[in-house]
Each structure stands twice: as C-alpha cells, then as structure tokens.
Design a protein. Structure first.
Length: 118
C-alpha cells in the first residue's frame, strides 16, 4: 500500500467516524476525552489534514468542501431526534478544518521539497 493510498483510506474512515458520531444518538456516541469544543475541533483538524495530504492536487477543492462540510455535517443532526445542530458547533468544526487544511498544505510543501520524487 502506498503512502498516498494510506492517507486516502484514513481520511475517508475519519469522515465516516465523524458522521457517525454526529448523527448517532447520544448514548452511542464515543466519550469525549477533551472539552467538547476541543474534541470537535481536533476531529476536523485531523480529518482535514488527512484529506489535504491524501489529495494534494485537489487542495482548493478539499479546502472548500471541508469548510462547507463542517456546516453540512452539523446540519445532519436534524436527522437525529436526540441531537440539535448549533451554529457555534459548526464554527468550531470549521476552525478545526481550516487549521488542518493549513497543516496538510505545509506537510505537502515539505514533502515536495525534502522527499525524493518518483
């Protein structure tokens, strides 16, 4: 398995885990080990960094979709009767996504500069 393929699989698994945690009933959600806002931001940070690293040629598309996706995933909570979408939560997720996008972009730049191509 190539490194790129690894990051692609990890990014999609992370997205599915976030969607599950977002729309599942509270009783099925994984326990937060950090304050709730930090947990949300960290999840989107990791997912966004993985997507940008996995798809470096599609940086702009990833960036736009990840930030918009933060709000869209929050809106998915309307599908679950025990969950409630909030603008504050969407903003925290978007901030985490933006930070992850920047870290992924820097990682890609460093990879191009310092690792042999081929």
């Amino acid at each position: 398995m190539t490194t790129t393929r690894f990051f692609q699989i990890a990014a999609w698994l992370c997205l599915f885990a976030i969607i599950f945690a977002t729309i599942s009933p509270i009783s099925l959600r994984p326990r937060d080990f950090l304050p709730v806002d930090a947990d949300r931001a960290l999840a989107f940070f990791v997912m966004s960094a993985l997507f940008v690293i996995a798809y470096p040629r599609y940086f702009l598309a990833c960036a736009v979709l990840l930030v918009i996706g933060a709000g869209a995933i929050e809106l998915l909570q309307y599908l679950a009767p025990t969950r409630h979408a909030q603008a504050h939560d969407a903003m925290i997720k978007a901030i985490g996504a933006i930070a992850g996008i920047l870290v992924g972009w820097v990682a890609n730049r460093l990879r191009l500069r310092f690792l042999p191509q081929g």
